[in-house]
Design a protein around this ligand. Structure first.
Ligand code: PGA
Length: 256
């Protein structure tokens, strides 16, 4: 049984004091859903304070990106060594980082390797653009992203990786993919690619989230799908009540 995982990607929202206040309110609201893994991914500047505020609670912390080098002359970047002890998870390959920071599949593969080498668990984000979707290229493109990101990653390491399928056209747009469509890409394309790479038992054990305009109102539609193991959530993770409802919906739908 794959433990559902809901991660809030706060993007460039919430100052340090806002982040701390938020998690102080959020943690008790999420206390009773122990069958669901709950993660918040604040901005870098708030990570230490949020990690401190969440000590002793079941809510885990993730970062939104990481560099592949352990240290060095990389102005503005954050090394995996700097995240050790602060976070359990790190989002890698988010479409906004691919688009605005020009991260390539090769960069993302290096980041996944570096994160794993330093004991951080990647939440690897993949997903196609609207143009690719409309051209019928989703399966080929997403399968290619998965292969490229996981190049050289061992089967054993797959236990420490979460994949998030986030169609770019659904992120922050309110145009969410249907539960059925998301399930078919996750179950068919992504698990299919993992089966080719690692065999079916690994493919069946990796947790795969959906992301893109997930809200309390559509969460049950995703969590009712057999291959979807949770959600990577932007906008709706910025409100305590919405976040709590997402976790509650996952617990209910998965019977945990
Ligand atoms: P959204 O963002 O929930 O606001 O669509 C999801 C994401 O970018 O991870």
């Amino acid at each position: 049984m794959r433990t559902p995982i809901i991660a809030g990607n706060w993007k460039m929202y919430k100052t340090l004091p806002e982040s701390v206040d938020f998690v102080r309110e959020l943690a008790p609201r999420l206390a009773s859903f122990s069958g669901v893994e709950r993660v918040v991914c604040p901005t870098f500047v708030a990570l230490a304070a949020v990690a401190e505020a969440l000590k002793g609670t079941p809510v885990k912390v993730g970062a939104q990106n990481v560099h592949w080098e352990a240290q060095g002359a990389f102005t503005s970047q954050i090394a995996p060594t700097m995240l050790q002890g602060l976070v359990e998870y790190v989002i890698i390959g988010h479409s906004e980082a691919r688009a605005y920071l020009h991260e390539t599949d090769e960069d993302i593969n290096r980041k996944v390797k570096a994160a794993l080498a330093y004991g951080l668990k990647p939440i690897l984000a993949v997903g196609e653009s609207l143009v690719q979707n409309e051209a019928g290229e989703t399966e080929q493109f997403v399968g290619g992203q998965v292969r490229a990101a996981l190049d050289g990653i061992s089967a054993e390491n797959m236990a420490n990786i979460v994949i998030a399928y986030e169609p770019i056209w659904a992120i922050g747009t309110g145009k969410n993919a249907s539960g059925e469509l998301a399930n078919s890409i996750i179950g068919g394309t992504i698990r299919g690619t993992l089966t080719q790479l690692y065999g079916s038992s690994v493919a069946q054990s990796v947790r795969i989230q959906y992301g893109g305009s997930v809200k309390p109102g559509n969460m049950a539609e995703y969590m009712g799908q057999p291959d979807i193991d949770g959600a990577l959530v932007g906008g709706a993770s910025l409100k305590v009540e919405d976040f709590a409802q997402l976790v509650e919906a996952a617990a209910k739908a998965k019977g945990v």
